[in-house]
Design a binder for this molecule. Structure first.
Ligand code: HPA
Length: 243
C-alpha cells in the first residue's frame, strides 16, 4: 500500500516524525490551535482531524485516534508503515484503580494489559506483553519531573469494554495485580509499534477514580490536561534532540 491510505489523506511529508494522539478529533483541533505554531490541517478523513505545526521549533502532528483498540490500531498502523512516523504518544484520560492515585494525576503506561484479542493477532504462541518504548518513557518521565507533575509509571489496562454487565467487572482483579488505571487504546498501539519497529507511549490524566468518589471540575480538567499536553510536547522535543 502507498499513501494516501484508506483512512489518512495527508500528502508525503505532511505528517511529523512524532504524532500526539488524543482520542477525540475536536480535541486534536483544540490542541493544535492552542499549543502549536502555524498548525495546518493535514487529514480530515471521517472527521479524524490531523494537524501539523511546531512546538519549540520541532515539527509535531496532533491526530485523533478515535476510541478503542481497533480504531487506534488502524491509524497507528498507517502512520508507522506508510507515513514513516517514528513516535506515537497517546494522550488520553483513564479511570484510576490504584489507591495511590487521585483525579488530575498523570499515569504513564509502562506496560498495557488488555482483554482485547488484538495482540494475539500477531500470532505469538502465548500472551504477548505490550510495553512502552523505553526511550520515550524515559524522556516523558524527565519532562514530567521538569513540570513538577504528580505522576505514576506502571501497568495500565487497555479494556475493550467501557461498561460491564452485572457481576462481570474485573476491576478488583486488575487492581490486585497492581494495574494503576484503565483506558482503552494503549495495548493496541504498543503492539503495533513493536511490529513496526517504532516507538510508542501512552500518557493519561486521571479523569475519574473507580474506587474513590472524586470528580473533576471543568477548570481542574483543563489544568491537568494542559500539564499532560506540555509533557507530551516536551517529550517530542527531547526525542528530536537525540536524533
Ligand atoms: N474505563 C475506560 N476508559 C476510561 C475510563 C474508564 O473507567 N475513564 C476514562 N477512560
Amino acid at each position: 500500500m502507498s499513501i494516501p491510505t484508506p483512512h489518512i489523506n495527508a500528502k508525503a511529508g505532511e505528517i511529523a516524525k512524532t504524532v500526539l494522539m488524543p482520542g477525540d478529533p475536536l480535541r486534536a483541533k483544540f490542541i493544535a490551535e492552542t499549543f502549536l505554531t502555524d498548525p495546518k490541517l493535514v487529514n480530515n478523513v471521517r472527521g479524524v482531524q490531523g494537524h501539523t505545526g511546531t512546538w519549540k521549533g520541532v515539527p509535531v502532528t496532533v491526530m485523533a485516534s478515535g476510541m478503542g483498540i481497533p480504531s487506534i490500531s488502524i491509524y497507528s498502523w498507517e502512520l508507522y508503515h506508510y507515513y514513516d512516523v517514528d513516535n506515537i504518544i497517546r494522550i488520553g484520560s483513564a479511570g484510576a484503580l490504584s489507591d495511590d492515585l487521585d483525579v488530575m494525576d498523570i499515569v504513564i503506561g509502562q506496560g498495557a494489559c488488555t482483554n482485547s484479542v488484538l495482540p494475539s493477532t500477531f500470532g505469538t504462541p502465548g500472551l504477548y506483553a505490550p510495553i512502552a518504548d523505553y526511550t520515550l518513557l524515559q524522556k516523558a518521565v524527565e519532562a514530567a519531573e521538569e513540570h513538577k507533575a504528580k505522576f505514576m509509571v506502571g501497568n495500565i489496562l487497555s479494556s475493550d469494554n467501557f461498561y460491564a454487565a452485572e457481576g462481570q467487572s474485573a476491576n478488583d482483579l486488575w487492581k490486585r495485580m497492581g494495574v494503576l488505571a484503565i483506558e482503552m487504546e494503549a495495548a493496541g498501539l504498543y503492539a503495533n509499534a513493536a511490529y513496526a519497529k517504532k516507538r510508542a507511549l501512552c500518557i493519561c490524566t486521571i479523569s475519574d477514580h473507580l474506587y474513590k468518589q472524586q470528580y473533576l471540575s471543568a477548570e481542574e480538567r483543563q489544568t491537568s490536561f494542559t500539564q499532560m499536553m506540555e509533557i507530551a510536547l516536551d517529550t517530542a522535543v527531547k526525542m528530536a534532540e537525540i536524533k
